[in-house]
Design a protein around this ligand. Structure first.
Ligand SMILES: [Zn+2]
Length: 231
């Protein structure tokens, strides 16, 4: 571990090198049971990015055996991302909570239940369009059409592409809450689109606002300094 390993923080999405900010524990199932000997490894990793410093917690279950004086891990059986849960990226809190909740849950169940995942993702997409562009509520397909002229062409192209894909596209024209048969790839496509829109619309708007406010603040300080000098 001395040289560290590369790792992408699920909180800040930075690629970082982990050297000493990792700690873990093993819990061994030594009791006789129907499945055999097991070891559960739990691992904490703290992101070394000074602006993040958040921890992630994962658990991995292995078949194991006691041999030559030590517990040896055989094959991995299952792994869980505990914090943050699932592959959901962590987005800033200024994005409305109901949208973040739908997105996170859609990620959480993407593989186990793509149908339910895609349904949540469609509702999230509609929520984004209504919240960010204040469009008149209607069918999702009409709401998307209503923002065509307002969005940048590349973002629109991404939305349009997803709209044309398989069952997702077909059912944007129907009731949003209808559960449609989709495979995990289609659900993933919708989730990727939502991530792009969170980034392109909410995060970019906030960052632009921060940049402009910094300029205004700097200007105000300069003006104040000049006024004091002239007194
Ligand atoms: Zn981080």
């Amino acid at each position: 571990m001395a040289n560290g390993f590369n790792w992408q923080c699920p909180h800040c999405q930075r690629h970082v090198t982990i050297t000493d900010t990792i700690t873990g524990n093993a819990t061994i199932l030594r009791l006789a049971n129907a499945e055999g000997r097991r070891t559960l490894n739990t691992t904490f990793i703290v992101c070394p990015n000074p602006e993040c410093l958040k921890f992630s917690l994962n658990a991995m279950l292995y078949e194991s055996e006691w041999r030559a004086g030590e517990e040896r891990l055989l094959k991995p059986i299952k792994s869980w991302a505990l914090i943050p849960p699932s592959s959901a990226k962590v987005f800033p809190e200024y994005i409305p909570q109901p949208l973040l909740d739908d997105y996170t849950e859609a990620c959480l169940i993407r593989n186990d239940s793509p149908k339910a995942s895609a349904t949540l993702a469609r509702r999230c997409l509609q929520g984004i369009i209504r919240d960010f562009w204040a469009v008149k509520p209607g069918r999702l397909v009409d709401e998307i059409e209503a923002i065509k002229e307002k969005t940048d062409p590349l973002t629109w192209a991404a939305i349009d592409t997803v709209r044309q894909v398989g069952n997702i596209g077909a059912h944007m024209e129907k009731d949003i809450n209808l559960i449609v048969d989709v495979d995990p790839n289609e659900a993933e496509l919708l989730i990727n689109l939502i991530e792009t829109l969170f980034q392109d619309w909410y995060v970019n708007r906030e960052e632009r606002k921060k940049r402009l406010e910094a300029i205004v603040d700097m200007g105000a300080e300069k003006a104040e300094a000049r006024a004091q000098k002239n007194q």
